[in-house]
Design a protein around this ligand. Sequence first.
Ligand code: NAP
Ligand code: SF4
Length: 676
Amino acid sequence: MSHPKYPKLLEPLDLGFTTLKNRVLMGSMHTMLEEAPEGFERMAAYYGERARGQVGLIVTGGISPNDLGHALPIGEAMDNIPYAAKHKQVTKAVHDEGGKICMQILHVGRYGYTEKNVSASDTKAPISPFPARALTEEEIEFTIESYAHSAAMAQYANYDGVEIMGSEGYLINQFIAAKTNKRTDGWGGSYQNRIKFPIEIVRRTRERVGENFIIIYRLSMLDLVEGGSTWDEVVELAKEIEKVGATIINTGIGWHEARVPTIGTVVPRGGFAWVTKRMMGEVKIPLIATNRINTPEIAEKVLNDGCADMVSMARPFLADPEFVIKAMEDRGDEINTCIACNQACLDHTFTMQVCSCLVNARACHETKLNYEPTTQKKKIAVVGAGPAGLASSTLSAMRGHEVHLFEAEGEIGGQFNMAKVIPGKEDYAETIRYFNRQIELTGVNLKLNTRVTSEELLRQDFDEVILCTGVTPRKVEFPGSDDSRVLDYAQVLYHNATVGERVAIIGAGGIGFDMAEFLAHQGESPSQDVSLYMKEWGVDMDYTKGGSLAESPLPEPSAREIYLLKRSKGKHGKKLGKTTGWIHRSSLSMKKVNMIGSVVYDKFDDQGLHIQVGEEKRVLAVDNVIVCAGQEPLRDLKDDLENANVKVHLIGGANEASELDAKRAINEASYLAASI
Ligand code: NAP
Ligand code: SF4
């Protein structure tokens, strides 16, 4: 019988020789556990937990087929029995939970951060400092053989199949695109020659592994780079790949060097499903849609709209291993939703740290962080219901403690209430929804509109107090800074202060950037509207030329004239996330936000904001100045409580306001709750 709410999503998928229990693929993500000490044990726990959560099929992070295909100078290739044997720990953990798992074979080609980079031709990727040398014809033969051998090794390790990574600008894409394949031998020149490389890989892999083994081919359906494939070429390749034995085709969107954000929080939910939809009917094997699908509702809609046969989600399974089972049991409101921030996952991978998840600190730390039932029930007060207070209170209550959560405002969420109004950050509201539900489920005693005093806390005789009182916006001092037209960010984002048409923002950190984004937009946010988003970022949905890029991005004009100011020298947004900073910078540049550095603030008066930039004095004729100059911690209660010998824990912004950060706040809260 089909599921009443998600009939398509939870429908089994018959692949002939095997059946997937539903239409949900946990997409590939390199977590750096692959290289970590005790990595296999940790991966077994990580994937096993997702299998227990009933996901239909898992794909591992990418593993190189040989030593020339690594992304980093470290890493092992799936080319030998001893290494394959280690993977049996992972496959066993998944199979023990009744799940299925494929290993992704990924050769990064010129995207490596190593001096060994190879590619179709001698080229250098704009995102790697290391040039690549062209593979010789012999080496091409060897590489194809490595893919097939690697698949055989995966089969030996008891994987249910492999995914051959043919998109995102990696080696296979580098062979397919004329811009990176300048060969004059049989592997270059015409499109038919250039696609021989992936076709041979799939053909020989199928020959090697036999019929009853899943081969997913990740096909670059939208390159988003100049000189990328045309739609007809993509379809031709899909048909060839089907012919030579792929079981499923997964969708790849955009090379890593593309100028269009494809997975960031600014991308509309399900925003690229239209690409997979174009391919429906061109091949008979199942197709998978990807990118920014993060709730069961969106996933169901993608399937219901006929965009694909299956959906892939990667980051949502870091955020919540029980995504599928919660949907199955009609507990969708309990899902901890991925907010696409990249802060603890991709930003970690790109800085060579083990991944985690901003909203779920246990992700990839399943063997290290566990919330066991307490044997010693305590009465705990948590003060402040921002991210730190929400995580510490609900997790402590889940362990069996009696928890009282005090919040001065009339709602929970703290700084997330400001984040959720920024265009492109609407998903932050999901985290608040999740915690509201957790408060109900775990029985946290929530008291809103309560600015609790130390006397009250002492009177109630708590065993321990967790202070998550957060921060207050930092004030700046110059003549006129006390004018009512000089506002702080909370007045604008939380208290809806009216802002004029010409604005100067003081401080270009994360919140200064967010503020500029907020003020630049009016009406519909492009992150809510797929066509508007594609137009703004220059994606041609009609696919008139290869790569599907429009002549240029066509952003809506900014709603205001905006100056984003900072005192320090250098590029704006240098400290923003590795994988998201460029998006914020591009977005504001497209909106023609004036970014000025090396600024000295002189005064504010009826003429506007008087500044100095080097030797030059300027007056910015603005109606308002908005101060986004960081925060000061709020920890008023600490001394009184400690003087009365109460055990106090200070976490989140109240502990350390500089680099105020929800990732750190939730992480600190989670480890504290596990140990209290
Ligand atoms: P922030 O990153 O510390 O930036 C505040 C900026 O204000 C500083 O970089 C500083 O720049 C300037 N400033 C500091 N004191 C000042 C003073 N007395 N007078 C004038 N300017 C002053 O703080 P934030 O923007 O509030 O962000 C806080 C945290 O929130 C971030 O670290 C991040 O973790 C998180 N967040 C991130 C994002 C994102 O990544 N998109 C978005 C929102 C929040 P100068 O010295 O150069 O002037
Ligand atoms: Fe999603 Fe952010 Fe968690 Fe990554 S860190 S999985 S983007 S919520």
